[in-house]
Design a protein around this ligand. Structure first.
Ligand code: PGA
Length: 264
């Protein structure tokens, strides 16, 4: 099945508004001409999906700069409740209200530093899907798990435990899985294309065990972990690698653009 590639930047806790403004000034026209887009016509990019997960302080400037050429602006996290006494949290409905199109869920940094569990990942996945937003669910094994040949078991457990919280309706909605081996994030180490493809194909079989065949076949599974301009093409050529989630290399417009064009 042909799946449109999905390339997303993850800015994590980087950039003030001034830095972001400089980035957009360079990135927007360059992306526009690289993809031969039609300017400010609100036409979605047609050969590839481009998204950027930015800090909440940059939602507005990012939307203002990038939405008109079809770049999706995403959050990096959310709460699962619609509203309530949850100081510091943002609900899916609020993200929608702010004009966003989706959110990352369960990034390994949230699991590591903020106690995110597979259970809360599932709740957020369901809440985003029912709000009409795109959930991007991050999974991946640690170095210890890979060395102990536990990669597939770890990834299966993350997906299956989260899925327990996702209603049949939520499961029928579009979502993306980001396979991000923890040992490859921000380290300069990358899974080889063969290693990544093997896990992506496995994830698709896990999805097929739990979802309608059409949804499992259509779901994009993207790779994250030190993807850069030098390794993107080799990774993106594989049949089950449907895009990338790019951290460090998405902070520089020129580098991010090279990765995007490698996916076209
Ligand atoms: P990295 O981060 O590209 O800097 O390794 C990827 C991610 O954390 O999503």
């Amino acid at each position: 099945m042909k799946r449109k590639k999905f390339l997303a930047g993850n800015w994590k806790m980087h950039k003030l508004r001034g830095d972001a403004g400089d980035f957009f000034k360079e990135f927007k026209p360059a992306l526009n001409s690289a993809l031969n887009n039609t300017g400010d016509s609100r036409e979605p990019l047609n050969c590839i999906d481009v998204a950027m997960a930015v800090p909440a302080t940059l939602f507005d400037p990012a939307l203002l700069a990038m939405q008109s050429i079809g770049v999706k602006i995403l959050a990096q996290n959310c709460h699962w409740e619609k509203q309530g006494a949850y100081t510091g949290e943002i609900s899916p409905g609020m993200l929608l209200d702010a004009g966003l199109q989706g959110s990352l869920v369960g990034h390994s940094e949230r699991r590591q530093y903020f106690g995110e569990s597979d259970d809360s990942v599932g709740r957020k996945w369901d809440a985003l899907a029912s709000a009409g937003l795109l959930p991007i669910i991050c999974v991946g094994e640690s170095r210890t798990q890979r060395d102990a040949c536990e990669t597939m078991g770890a990834v299966r457990a993350q997906i299956e435990t989260a899925l327990l919280r996702v209603s049949p309706e939520g499961r029928s909605k579009e979502f993306i899985i980001a396979y991000e081996p923890v040992w490859a994030i921000g380290t300069g180490l990358t899974a080889t294309p063969a290693e990544a493809q093997e896990v992506h194909a496995f994830i698709r079989t896990v999805l097929a065990e739990h979802l309608a065949p059409k949804r499992a076949g259509e779901t994009r599974i993207i790779y994250g972990g030190s993807m850069n301009a030098a390794n993107a093409k080799e990774l993106l050529m594989n049949p089950d690698i449907d895009g990338g989630l790019i951290g460090g290399a998405s902070l520089k417009a020129e580098e991010f653009l090279k990765i995007i064009t490698a996916g076209v």
